[in-house]
Write a protein that binds this ligand. Structure first.
Ligand code: PLP
Length: 447
């Protein structure tokens, strides 16, 4: 409680007027909201085309809890949420009300955040390669903090926004992450002198360093290495008469709590220690978490719209399916299920974000199974496919599921990161809508 009241003592200043649509959100558990929604659809007009569409449930309470967790574990680090990860306006508004800053990568993202009433000082334009007109837009709106990692960018910024506060994005070891970013961005330590010299010659204001260890980082130790690299650059900068005051530790933060693998707590421990060791002085430290806030808050429910029983040749490779004509003794009965969102929609995270998603049974034979293990049901090898005509549109190649039928529902958890943001309407399939709830009462104080 003490933390909670301290945490939000500045909320008067941070508070953003949240729009009316947030006022009506439910406080039901995610499962209950899903059940209610699907049940209500059943009784509604059969001609309603939306009736059986896939849909997300976003639990804003989970976003709030992630924020508390951040503040507890990394009190020295101000989060600037990476809008690209999920620009859902409800989540953005809640984060804005909680006092979180924003990492924007484009003019539209900046526009979106400013239109919510967020002060431009709470935005970092964290794209090292920017279109000139976007830089002019940032100048006009007084979004001063922006990253760079190359000499040409410095000349461009000199021309379009000479009073910008520049943050030098350096290369970090991204080899321990699902989505490596170092292939495209980040100045090597060897190139830093030239960049600082150019910035000095151009009389630009470089205020600090940023890095990104890669999205979906699975080894916390890379943060320590990256903080050390940042220290090297801080020390170099002093030689060019820059007095750096900002360190941006980027994104890559896992949202996971426990298990043998990576967790947020493991990263926070390593990062906190490295910051104490290399940056004992009083500087501003920010981060650009995306996945950390968005992933755990969203669950998607999808309806099985069609299926195909197949016989899977156990001798064949994992991805080889055989037609029923090709029956062989010893083949196992298996099923192909077709659902109403796929890799061209919310499940684009499979292609772009290297995710593996796990289908769970939500409704079978009109019975609701959220978080319930079915007992006594035989399970079959099953593949799950999206609705488009493309065979790349495979959501899961091999899961164990009970026998399901069209009209049953599957759900997938932790679907908030890099899903909605890159979904398309390929083949004319609409993007899945989002329903909102909050399982945390405190959220309503920020609405
Ligand atoms: N900052 C920058 C510059 C990024 O490119 C990204 C993701 O690509 C992020 C932050 C967010 O990363 P994550 O979602 O892993 O926290």
């Amino acid at each position: 409680e003490h933390l909670r009241s301290n945490l939000f003592c500045t909320s008067k200043f941070n508070k953003v007027k949240l729009v009316d649509d947030l006022l009506g959100i439910s406080d039901l558990p995610v499962s209950e909201l899903m059940k209610q929604h699907i049940t209500s659809l059943k009784v509604s007009d059969e001609s309603d085309l939306e009736a059986e569409n896939a849909f997300f449930v976003a639990d804003l309470g989970e976003v709030y809890r992630q924020h508390l967790r951040w503040k507890t574990r990394l009190p020295r680090v101000e989060p600037f949420y990476a809008v690209k990860c999920n620009p859902d306006s409800m989540m953005l508004k809640l984060l804005a009300a909680l006092g979180v800053g924003f990492d924007c990568a484009s003019k539209l993202e900046i526009q979106t955040i400013l239109s919510m009433g967020v002060d431009p000082g709470r935005i970092i334009y964290a794209n090292p390669c920017k279109q000139a007109s976007f830089i002019r837009y940032a100048a006009q709106k007084e979004v001063r903090m922006m990253t760079f990692d190359n000499v040409d960018e410095l000349h461009k910024i000199k021309q379009h926004f000479p009073s910008a506060q520049l943050v030098l994005r350096i290369l970090a070891d991204d080899s321990k992450s699902l989505c490596r970013l170092g292939l495209k961005f980040g100045a090597s330590l060897e190139s830093v002198d030239q960049l600082l010299q150019t910035a000095q010659n151009l009389e630009l204001d470089v205020i600090g360093v940023s890095f990104h260890v890669g999205s979906g980082c699975y080894d916390e130790e890379v943060y320590a290495d990256a903080v050390w690299r940042a220290r090297v650059v801080f020390d170099k900068a002093a030689r060019y008469n820059f007095n750096f005051s900002l360190l941006d530790v980027g994104g890559g933060f896992s949202h996971l709590h426990n298990g043998d693998g990576i967790t947020f707590e493991k990263i926070a421990n390593v990062l906190d220690t490295a910051l104490k060791n290399y940056f004992p002085e009083d500087i501003r430290i920010i981060a650009e978490p995306g996945r950390y806030y968005a992933a755990p808050a969203y669950t998607i429910a999808t309806q099985i719209i069609a299926r195909r029983p197949v016989l899977r040749n156990q001798e064949a490779g994992e991805n080889d399916f055989v037609d029923s004509e090709q029956k062989l003794a010893g083949d196992e009965q298996s099923f192909m299920y077709y659902i109403n969102d796929g890799v061209y929609g919310a499940f684009n995270c499979i292609l772009f974000d290297h995710q593996i998603v796990h289908p769970k049974v939500l409704i079978k034979d009109d019975i609701f199974y959220f978080d319930t293990t079915m007992t006594g049901e035989s399970e079959y090898s099953s593949s799950v496919w999206g609705p488009t005509c493309d065979s790349i549109d495979c959501v899961n190649k091999d899961s164990r599921l009970p026998e399901l039928f069209p009209g049953d529902w599957l759900y997938f958890e932790e679907m908030g990161a890099y899903t909605i943001s890159a979904a398309s309407q390929f083949n004319g399939f609409m993007k899945s809508n989002v329903l909102y709830t909050s399982t945390e009462n405190k959220v309503f104080e920020y609405i």
